[in-house]
Design a protein around this ligand. Structure first.
Ligand code: COA
Length: 205
């Protein structure tokens, strides 16, 4: 890993890339939306200055090797539509936490599944993590579905772990091991093989 700047990672439709000062307006639009921030661990951003400060803190966190936050942009126009973060890395125990969000107009297109599918492989294969953790509000159905579909295992229920804007929130803890991920990928490629073979069969007279 080059600790000067995050590498750009490409998926079919998206770029996972460095967030720069030019992204502040898009960043603010996403993180000031109360619906996006409904189950976040901090309140919505109050103003553009807060977004600007946060972008600076993201860069500082990266320099300290504590925070790896990629912007998610559409490949068609490079516009920032969300972010995905690996944070609190523990390089001794090879574990890290993951967090993510998309701007509301971009929900429901499978973008986060596509993002995480690529980023998890990067986290295990290139960054050499062994375990990835996620902490999600039990009411956040879309996030829970996103995690479970990728093979994350539900490992615990932590009562009243957060207090955001005066609201006390519980937390569900999820974990994904490198070995879980290898199983998910093996099953996927087996299924893909079966579909491909079926396709060939169907084309026969
Ligand atoms: C969580 C989030 C990233 C999901 O991204 P997305 O690309 O929009 O995901 P989708 O809309 O495709 O939904 C993912 C799955 O959840 C399901 N889902 C969506 N909303 C749901 C709801 N209200 N109830 C039940 N299931 C729901 C979808 O049907 C989909 O299931 P599928 O994979 O079987 O098709 C996005 O909703 C978001 O940014 N939320 C706000 C920020 C946030 O909460 N981040 C997570 C903090 S832990």
């Amino acid at each position: 890993m080059d600790w000067e700047r995050l590498p750009t990672i490409q998926t079919d439709r998206l770029l996972l890339r460095w967030i720069s000062a030019e992204d502040v307006d898009d960043f603010y639009a996403i993180y000031s939306d109360p619906e996006v921030m409904r189950y976040w661990s901090t309140p919505p951003l109050p103003d553009r200055n807060a977004a600007s400060t946060l972008v600076r803190e993201i860069h500082e966190g990266f320099k300290r090797r504590e925070l790896l936050k990629w912007g998610i942009a559409l490949r068609t126009d490079d516009k920032l539509i969300g972010s995905v973060t690996l944070f609190k890395p523990d390089f001794t125990h090879r574990r890290v936490e993951i967090g993510y969000a998309l701007g509301r107009p971009h929900w429901g297109n499978g973008y986060m599944h596509e993002t995480l599918n690529t980023l998890l492989t990067y986290a295990f294969d290139v960054l050499d993590f062994h375990r990835i953790e996620a902490d999600v509000d039990p009411r956040n159905a879309a996030s829970i579905r996103t995690l479970e579909r990728l093979g994350f295992q539900r490992e615990g229920y932590l009562r009243e772990r957060w207090q955001v804007n005066g609201e006390i929130q519980d937390a569900l803890f999820y974990g994904l091991l490198q070995s879980d991920w290898e199983t998910v990928k093996a099953v996927e490629s087996e299924n893909y093989g079966a579909v491909a073979v079926k396709g060939v069969g169907n084309s026969l007279p």
